[in-house]
Write a protein that binds this ligand. Structure first.
Ligand SMILES: Nc1ncnc2c1ncn2[C@@H]1O[C@H](COP(=O)(O)OP(=O)(O)OP(=O)(O)O)[C@@H](O)[C@H]1O
Length: 473
């Protein structure tokens, strides 16, 4: 391989990376731990094969834009939706691509809004499933589902009809059609499939039909979107398995924190921290700029309010942190229930009912919202306004960068402070035979967040307890 294919000066491919670069099997399954250079290796794989036309399937539009700037010209980065759009999506350009609202569906079928909403829910479930028919996703024990089925089936027919302009085609709809109509990917000699641990089941179906070399890359422990119906594609293919365990993001100390989570699952292929020196902190605060990560949106907002006058940057934009729900909780607190807009919160007329509800269903987001309103009381709306004003600075001027664990995925910073995560005592209270499965996604989220730090990581109480209970290294 030529020198230009190697990572930056004086760096060499590791033996693990070299094995992936040379992979020529029909299906190569690459398990890449956090920061282990998977993107660098995929780029190397594409550069090594300049004669091949390569499709690089990425998770989201921002990933696509980033890859377009850094991958060689023989590689086309695309999301699975953009791939399907050119084949099955174009048919619906005239009538529009969007979600259908219950009010429109109830008008078409002459049903109540509730039935219309249930029918839309069924179609959505079908579109994000690997099933061939709408009927296959119906829960036979659910009366509402069963009575909505005939409307859901008709709704899907109307969505597919390019002439029914009153019923738009959803984006997941033309992707589903690409699969149902049995299309194969044309014009490529190989496919690289990234972030495979959180794959759309329809994309997996499509990829299973291809007969060109496929490289499936991801990290089982970074799967965090199972709650949205994502599947771990690393487990859905058979082929040759590869490991990337050496990370260049951080040193052994931060690796140890991340590894203690992996060892809970009995994982033996742990991270080898080969980055610069790194440090773990149990208390104190960073002196300079830092990044704060929290499990919940409200946890992020709470830290932002409590940070006083600091300039802030919210990853993904302030408006995506759902502050309107905090305001709704405040309306309950301030005895103004008529102002509440949130669908779920409108069920309550008093703040104490919301508090009780959050505790009863053990909802981390609601409990964190309650904490904010309890802490800042009648000043809550003013605090939120101030927060919005403090976040109107360019990202590079921020003193604190803020994100949820989910939004931190794929990003990295020098100094990271971990905010709230799931409650460790709740984990311990669970039946030992069931708790790992029950808390899997929570543990994955903690692993994702802890492995974002390059130099300094301030751990939270949950990670500290895990490190004590599962010491490694
Ligand atoms: N062999 C190597 N030697 C030194 N540095 C390397 C090597 N391979 C990759 N790197 C560096 O490690 C860093 C992380 O690489 P990369 O962004 O490809 O990781 P990733 O696995 O895609 O991260 P994530 O897990 O967050 O998706 C980059 O700065 C990259 O240049």
């Amino acid at each position: 391989m030529e020198a230009r294919d190697l990572p930056p000066p004086a760096k060499r491919w590791t033996p693990e990376q070299t094995r992936v670069l040379n992979a020529e099997g029909a299906v190569s399954i690459v398990h890449a731990r956090s920061g282990a250079g998977k993107t660098t290796v995929l780029r190397g794989y594409a550069k090594k094969r300049p004669q091949r036309r390569i499709l690089y399937l990425v998770f989201s539009k921002p990933n696509q834009i980033e890859a377009e700037a850094s991958f060689p010209s023989n590689t086309k980065p695309q999301t699975s939706h953009s791939l399907a759009f050119g084949v099955t999506g174009l048919r619906y350009r005239r009538k529009g691509l969007a979600d259908t609202k219950p009010v429109a569906v109830s008008r078409i079928f002459g049903t109540s809004n509730a039935t219309a909403s249930a029918a839309i829910g069924l179609v959505r479930k079908f579109l994000s499933s690997g099933c061939d028919t709408v009927a296959a996703v119906v829960d036979p024990r659910n009366m509402k589902d069963r009575s909505a089925l005939p409307y859901a089936e008709q709704l899907w027919e109307l969505m597919k009809d390019p002439n029914r302009r009153d019923v738009p085609m959803p984006h997941d709809g033309y992707l589903k059609l690409f699969d149902l109509e049995g299309h194969v990917v044309k014009g490529y000699d190989a496919i690289l499939f990234d972030e495979a641990q959180d794959a759309n089941p329809i994309t997996v179906n499509i990829l299973k039909r291809q007969n060109i070399p496929l490289v499936v890359v991801g990290d089982h422990y970074q799967s965090i979107y199972g709650f949205r119906g994502a599947v771990d594609a690393l487990e859905q293919f058979s082929g040759e398995h590869f490991m990337l365990t050496n990370t260049f993001r951080f040193g052994p100390e931060i690796a140890q924190a991340a590894n203690s989570v992996l060892s809970m699952f009995g994982e033996r292929d742990l991270i080898v921290g080969r980055g610069g020196p790194s440090q773990l902190h149990r208390d104190g605060k960073p002196e300079g700029p830092y990044t704060f990560l929290s499990r919940t949106n409200a946890g992020v907002i709470h830290h932002g309010i409590a940070s006083g006058t600091k300039k802030l940057h919210f990853v993904g934009g302030f408006e995506n942190y759902r502050t309107e729900r905090i305001l709704d909780a405040y309306f309950l607190y301030a005895r103004m229930p008529g102002e509440v807009r949130d669908h779920e919160f409108r069920e309550f007329s008093r703040f104490d009912q919301l508090v009780e509800y959050g505790e009863e269903i053990d909802d981390m987001e609601i409990n964190a919202i309650v904490e904010i309103v309890k802490a800042f009381g009648m000043t809550t709306p003013l605090r939120l306004d101030d927060l919005r004003a403090r976040s109107a600075v360019p990202a590079e001027q921020a003193e604190i960068t803020m994100a949820t664990f989910h939004r931190s995925k794929g990003l990295e910073w020098d100094n990271v402070v971990l905010g709230d995560a799931f409650d460790w005592s709740k984990f311990l209270e669970e039946d030992p035979r069931k708790r790992l499965a029950k808390f899997r996604e929570e543990l994955n989220l903690l692993y994702v967040a802890a492995s974002r730090a390059r130099k300094h990581l301030w751990i939270n109480a949950t990670l500290e307890a895990i490190m004590r209970a599962y010491p490694v290294g």
